[in-house]
Design a protein around this ligand. Sequence first.
Ligand SMILES: [Zn+2]
Ligand SMILES: [Zn+2]
Length: 144
Amino acid sequence: MGNRTSKESNCIFCNIAQKEQGSSKVLAENESLALFNDINPASKQHYLIIPKEHLVSPKTLDSEEHVELVNEMVKYGTDYLKEHGGDESDMKIGFHWPPFTTVNHLHLHVIYPVSEMSILFRIMYSDKIFVTPDYVINSIKAKM
Ligand SMILES: [Zn+2]
Ligand SMILES: [Zn+2]
């Protein structure tokens, strides 16, 4: 991909995807995505899905390729949850919207079950701070 940087050596999520750091173990991956546990789980199951390419945040996405990426991340995370006993009816899925991002590497949260989330976590993953994949796709399309 020319001179585009695909990996930042001091990024904790790049390091997890490259398996260079022990803070989280990759549970599932394909050519372009990696899935691992959130270190501060908001419920019984809490996965993060990231692109292996270093993209900063949902706010920086701006192309058709990025729309496809978001859709792939959603499918990958939802399929993984369903294969591991979860179901979509009690799932929370989405992205923290800047400035509420804790790690500057694009990551999708999949949380289950929502019904067992504490008040504090409900606040951390509430609207305005935490947006749906559709919100992100609409924001990308608005730039195209
Ligand atoms: Zn990164
Ligand atoms: Zn986040």
